[in-house]
Design a protein around this ligand. Structure first.
Ligand code: FAD
Length: 442
């Protein structure tokens, strides 16, 4: 088995999950990444200003003890254990999360309609097979709350309306409170914490990437290698820098809409299906401030359509090691998508609108001292679970199975994977190949 040429495409969580599993089984691998830095979405950028920002806000909330131990070992036990305090900004009101269990700060009429519709929705069972996400939202939360909160936030975050989305991704992400929680939350300010991410971990030093650095030693990793063509007949990969690499077995975490057109002989209907798969593009705007007392929240959801960002995270809350002493930081996420909301601005041009909107919502002052500001584009951010995905994905996956390319991770499986799930997806991919190798040897 060990003379087999195993190649991994991508050095994010999924690629490294695969590399780690092969390594544990005594199998050598080579990995290639297009970026000049490793880690994919879990990369961390350390700036001369003294601020550290991840490539999008990243925390580890895995409940899997094996992964908790593995990540803890990778940072020599130096990590922060934190309780999340999450809030929402809704047209001038600050509302603890989840909003439906914390209606207290909202206008009386809106509160009353949210409660009355929730009572109405509770009289019938939640619709079992909803035609789309909107139908599910109304059935679970009642019309007023559904259409004023998750439907509006969802459209900002996913860039497409809930009437065009499926429900396969929801899992524990949306919390349905009890009647008592809704009523108490409308009457009093102090309520119990019920967010699905209650506690989490973050490396004390070096940003999120510290969790995965040791995995990078477990593979022969080549950066600056953009795959441009794959020939499954000759089992050869070609890179933009002119180099080629042969493979016996291939694990790919490259986004499917980019992977499929690279593969020689991809049938037209598979190419068309891959082109249907939609994903958001995120611009993160990173702001460093001279103070750290501007919010009680770990992160904040923003509902207003006229505010450029959808979510705000505060890296100084993850670890003080991400900022110079006494300073604080904000990471704003602004969402677009080629299919539904194409971006028509350069990332840098969003810096000032983000600062202006931070002033508008009262988080920072007009004359605030800003010590750091930069913007980064994340071309592939979150999978959009539109109705096209449900028909297109099986076609793409079925064909990749036929030609023996193992797809892993958020953009290979095309799912909502968090970091731990992406890592495990990579491990699963490696296991599949090891089983194939064992079968070949029998
Ligand atoms: C804004 C944001 C916030 C998030 N927050 C959290 C969080 O708090 N907690 C959490 O657990 N998860 C979070 N996630 C999810 C997490 O980032 C992903 O689940 C995980 O990092 C995906 O890993 P991956 O390896 O599947 O994909 P990626 O990290 O994208 O890895 C794919 C790799 O393939 C490489 N590649 C692509 N094309 C080519 C090519 N042509 N040639 C060579 N290489 C190529 C890329 O450079 C990349 O390194 C967040 C995601 C986003 C977008």
């Amino acid at each position: 088995m060990s003379d087999k040429n195993i190649v991994i495409l991508g050095s994010g969580m999924a690629g490294l999950g695969a590399a780690h599993h092969f390594h544990q089984q005594g199998l050598a691998t080579r990995a290639f990444d297009k970026n000049p830095y490793p880690g994919g979405h879990t990369a961390t950028f350390i700036y001369d200003s003294g601020f550290i920002f991840d490539d999008g806000p990243h925390i580890s909330f895995t409940k899997d003890p094996r992964l908790q131990d593995l990540f803890a070992e990778n940072v020599g036990g130096k990590f922060e254990r934190l309780q999340a305090y999450v809030n929402n900004y809704y047209h001038g009101a600050w509302v603890k999360h989840p909003a439906q269990a914390n209606l207290h700060n909202l206008p009386a009429d809106l509160k009353a309609r949210c409660i009355l519709d929730f009572i109405e929705a509770s009289r019938t069972d939640v619709v079992e097979k909803p035609a789309n996400y909107l139908e599910w939202l109304i059935s679970v939360f009642g019309e007023t709350f559904a259409t004023h909160f998750p439907a509006v936030y969802g459209k900002k975050y996913h860039t497409v309306g809930p009437e065009k989305m499926s429900t396969v991704w929801i899992g524990p992400r949306l919390y349905r409170p009890s009647m008592e929680e809704v009523i108490r939350g409308a009457l009093v300010e102090e309520t119990p914490d019920v967010h699905y991410v209650s506690d989490f971990r973050y490396p004390s030093e070096g940003g999120f990437i510290s969790y995965i650095k040791p995995f990078m030693e477990q593979t022969d990793l080549r950066l600056d290698h953009t795959v441009v063509a794959i020939d499954p007949a000759t089992r050869t990969i070609r890179f933009a820098n002119g180099q080629t690499a042969p493979y016996d077995h291939l694990v790919s975490s490259i986004p499917l809409p980019e992977l499929v057109p690279m593969i020689a002989g991809a049938p037209e209907k598979v190419r068309a299906a891959a082109a249907q798969l939609a994903c958001t593009t995120c611009v993160t705007v990173n702001i460093g401030l001279a103070r750290d007392d501007f919010t009680p929240a770990t992160w904040t959801y923003i509902y207003d359509e006229d505010i450029v960002f959808t979510r705000l995270s505060f890296p100084h809350k993850m670890s003080p090691g991400t900022c110079p002493p006494g300073c604080g930081s904000i990471q704003a996420e602004c969402y677009y998508s080629p299919k539904y909301r194409p971006i028509d601005a350069s990332p840098d041009s969003l810096i000032q609108p983000v600062i202006d909107d931070l002033v508008k919502i009262g988080l920072i002052r007009q004359d605030e001292e800003i010590l750091h500001a930069d913007a980064r584009l994340i071309p592939y951010a979150n999978i959009i679970f539109d109705l096209d995905r449900e028909t297109a994905l099986p076609l793409v996956h079925g064909w990749l199975d036929e030609i023996g390319i193992t797809y892993v991770g958020r953009f290979g499986e095309w799912g909502y994977h968090w970091t731990d799930e992406a890592f495990k997806s990579g491990e699963r991919g490696a296991k599949q190949i090891i089983e194939r190798l064992a079968a070949e040897n029998r």
